[in-house]
Design a protein around this ligand. Structure first.
Ligand code: 5AD
Ligand code: SF4
Length: 368
């Protein structure tokens, strides 16, 4: 069967398996193939999880980072980036305003800082959240590769979801995206992910799509990696070139922006078909990279929207991607914009819901 016919059969509800070769040719794509893919992936999403979109509120607690990833504006050697750390009260204020606007799923995000001050700040925030809202909210962390002992501390204070992107599951490509030193080891990242997954965390990972040297075989491998790891959440990004990074000098290796977006959308579509019940969030930041990005991603099979609740005066300095003017909207406007955007593509936001991945729920039930 041709891949296009397989996609039509999947849309119809047949149990069809996509081979590695199918994945590569669908990723390579053309217009009719894309239509068949996004038709199939959106039907699979409707059938499995329905039309609702979860809303996750992100607060970026610091933009400091000890790592030096070649693609990222927050890398420690980028000294054109003013660094900030949000005071405890400002984080709580953002969360409270998000809560009052109906958000019940939050993510604390930062660069990677492993010092005791950061760990205990996160702990105190989690404790405060637990005291205020208990299990009415889900707390996610995306704060880098922490040792098991830290993860245990976070978990005992009420965090339940963790996002650690593998960035690329191919060891060689991973090594080209990062400096070769002891804090950028592929094996430690993988170990951290396996630990998270095995110790009861709702586990999210994902990759960058469109980075230098990446081909369709790498991306097909990434899809298989996420299946093998049995992730609960898959959170990917189209790569955006940031001028303050070494990769900005590698322009000839970087595919055009539209191609990066399209590959990213195909990855979402395929991920949805391969793992129908996971959460696939998209970042509001996509909107400033490509104005149609979030809408197309929701139509391709994404089912969660990450709105940035960081106070506007800090938000402009959390510049992973570069190049775009800062969003200056208040938290209430950010939440309303997200609601409107999702509504417009027929995937309405489900407010007052902690947005737990169905895949994770099932995994935990089976464990009991
Ligand atoms: N383009 C897109 N995503 C990026 N990230 C970092 N730099 C970029 C970039 N230039 C993402 C990485 C990382 C997260 C903090 O941001 O995937 O996990
Ligand atoms: Fe730091 Fe993450 Fe950026 Fe790497 S990708 S430099 S770990 S913020």
């Amino acid at each position: 069967m041709y891949p296009e016919d397989k996609l039509a059969a999947i849309a119809y509800g047949d149990d069809v398996t996509l081979t590695d070769r199918d994945l590569a040719s669908i990723l390579n794509g053309y217009e009719e193939m894309d239509e068949a893919l996004f038709m199939a992936s959106s039907i699979v999403l409707d059938r499995t999880l329905g039309r609702d979109t979860y809303l996750h509120g992100i607060v970026q607690i610091t933009n400091e980072c000890q790592r030096n990833c070649y693609y990222c504006g927050l890398r420690r050697s980028n000294d054109s980036q003013p660094r900030f750390s949000l005071p405890f009260g400002e984080v709580m204020n953002s969360l409270t305003r998000g809560y009052n606007a109906g958000v019940r799923s939050f993510m604390l995000q930062s660069g990677e800082l492993l010092d005791e001050r950061t760990v205990s700040l996160v702990e105190h925030l989690l404790l405060e959240v637990e005291k205020k809202w208990g299990d009415k909210v889900a707390m996610a962390l995306s704060i880098g590769e922490h040792p098991l002992s830290d993860l245990e501390r976070f978990k005992s204070k009420g965090a339940s979801r963790y996002l650690l992107r593998i960035e690329s599951s191919d060891r060689e490509l991973y090594m080209k995206l990062h400096p070769r030193d002891s804090i950028h080891r592929y094996s430690s990242r993988l170990d951290c992910l396996v630990n998270l997954h095995g110790s009861g965390w709702e586990t999210g990972t994902g990759v960058l799509v469109g980075v230098p040297w990446q081909n369709d075989a790498h991306l097909a491998g990434d899809l298989r990696f996420m299946q093998r790891l049995d992730v609960d959440v898959c959170n990917m990004n189209p790569y955006a070139v940031h001028d303050g990074t070494p990769f900005a000098k590698e322009r000839r290796l970087i595919p055009p922006a539209e191609e990066r977006l399209l590959k990213y959308l195909r990855m979402i579509g395929l991920m949805r078909i391969l793992m129908p019940d996971i959460n696939i969030p998209i970042s509001a930041r996509l909107l400033s990279v490509h104005h149609s990005g979030p809408m197309r991603a929701l139509k391709a099979g994404a089912n969660a929207y990450m709105a940035n609740l960081t106070p506007a005066k800090y938000r402009r300095n959390y510049d992973l991607y570069g190049g775009k003017p800062a969003e200056t909207n208040s938290i209430e406007v950010v939440v309303n914009d997200a609601i409107r955007l999702c509504e417009n593509v027929g995937r309405p936001v489900k407010l007052l819901d902690p947005g737990v991945s169905r895949h994770y729920r099932k995994r935990m039930e089976e464990k009991e």
